[in-house]
Design a binder for this molecule. Structure first.
Ligand code: HEM
Length: 406
């Protein structure tokens, strides 16, 4: 039982945790809500599990997301100097003020909820095409055939990437997804190089011939909001790396939740107007983000009564906060579509709050709604207990979601 167990020092890295993290997180929240975790190489990180502590930590400027601070720490720990690649070093998700501020202003101006809403008809067309293809396969898997490609193609469309390049985008995204530090095949480096070359050419072309897309809006912004070429390229990477796997993890999780909650599924299908209102509860319940969000302390910081020294890695477990009874007192382990405005932290909090939150909701709503509208009898092809999650430090994707469509 979680209440009496002694947790291993690698507690968050075990397969038990990957498959069913919530009883372990409940125990940690109660017993030692800011808890150490050992990494296989011997380093330690600090895990913050309570909602209030997490919210404070996300708003605290002494906890840095700056990729240079993270690389400096890794260099110090390994004794090998390391610098981040330019694609990763120049976008808002990996920087703090003052560099974060103009990048955030530019993207907030160009990537509005209105732009995300305008994509609705395209998302629906792309979803339907993918579903047609799935219906023609003998053993349809909603992860590889649907949840994975739908965000990739939608984000490519958002950036104004022409359809003939979508197969390359799917290939590059798959390479980014299967990245492993021990993989010596060079597939990741090659994919980043190809993607970078493609995006640089696309940015140049849109400089000459703007379209009605996000990249063109960033390139042709007013001078006070204009980014450099490197910053625009890096922002393109941020949209792909920040949006693809996260949305795939959420969409897969929402479809699985509704396949196993027939009453909630019927409610949503009977009243399509409820999808929008139910989305935050679905996100809270599914928890698409796993062992993230990561920060490094730039000076000693007290969190939840524990003083964390400077130069330490802190993991803010938003997955844990989603089930914290102090914040969600009414059966947080239950999917309750009537829960009043659940203020989950799955999109973060503070200055790094997700820029793509609205688009993620649009993709997830349309993706799941079209599945259940097109195939009202769709059902799991395995027992719910057989569903397995992949181990991943940022997101929580299902390995497979095999279904019978009819
Ligand atoms: C379910 C889907 C998604 C989830 C759960 C999610 C979650 C998050 C979270 C938690 C953060 C804050 C990270 C931190 O504070 O460490 C974030 C930031 C960000 N997300 Fe998302 N995201 C999703 C989809 C998207 C999409 C679709 C896009 C764009 C197409 C996107 C773009 C970004 C960007 C650019 C940032 C950085 C914002 C900043 O640093 O100012 N995300 N996201």
């Amino acid at each position: 039982m979680a209440g009496t167990r002694t947790l291993s020092k690698y507690w968050m890295l075990t397969n038990d945790f990957t498959q069913d993290p919530y009883p372990i997180l409940e125990y940690v929240r109660r017993e030692s809500p800011v808890r150490e975790l050992s990494m296989p190489g011997g380093d330690r990180v600090w895990v913050v599990t309570r909602y209030d502590d997490a919210k404070d930590a996300l708003a605290d400027p002494r906890l840095s997301r700056d990729i240079h601070v993270h690389y400096e720490l890794m260099s110090k720990r390994t004794g090998r100097p390391m610098t981040p690649p330019p694609e990763e070093a120049n976008h808002l998700a990996n920087l703090e003020p003052p560099r974060h501020t103009p990048l955030r202003r530019a993207i907030s101006f160009a990537f509005t909820p209105r732009r995300a809403e305008a994509l609705r008809p395209r998302v629906e067309e792309i979803a339907d095409e993918l579903l047609d293809r799935l219906a023609a396969t003998p053993r349809p898997d909603l992860i590889t055939g649907y949840a994975d490609p739908l965000p990739v193609i939608t984000i490519a469309e958002l950036m104004g990437v022409p359809a003939d390049a979508w197969p390359d985008f799917l290939r590059w995204s798959a390479a980014l997804r299967t990245y492993s530090p021990t993989d010596g095949s060079g597939v990741l480096d090659r994919s980043i190089q190809e993607l970078s070359t493609y995006m640089s050419e696309l940015i140049e072309r849109k400089g000459r011939e703007p379209g009605d897309d996000l990249l063109s809006a960033l390139i042709h912004a007013d001078p006070e909001r204009r980014l450099t070429g490197t910053e625009i390229l890096s922002t393109g990477f941020a949209l792909m790396t920040g949006g693809n796997d996260t949305t795939a993890s959420l969409l897969g999780g929402v479809m699985a939740a509704l396949l196993t909650h027939p009453a909630e599924r019927s409610q949503l299908l009977a009243e399509p107007g409820r999808w929008g209102k139910s989305m935050d509860e679905l996100i809270r319940y599914v928890g698409p983000i796993s062992n993230a969000l990561q920060r490094v302390t730039t000076e000693p910081v007290e969190i939840g009564g524990v003083t964390i020294p400077a130069g330490e890695v802190v993991v803010i477990s938003v997955m844990s906060t989603n089930r914290d009874t102090d914040q969600f007192p009414d059966h947080p382990d239950r999917l309750d579509l009537d829960r009043h405005k659940p203020a989950h932290l799955s999109f973060g909090f503070g200055i790094h709050y997700c820029s793509g939150a609205h688009l993620a909701k649009v993709i997830t709503e349309i993706g799941s709604r079209r599945l259940f509208e097109r195939f009202p009898a769709v059902s799991l092809a395995v027992a719910p207990a057989e569903l397995r999650y992949e181990q991943n430090v940022v997101v929580r994707p299902l390995k497979e979601l095999p279904v019978r469509l009819r």
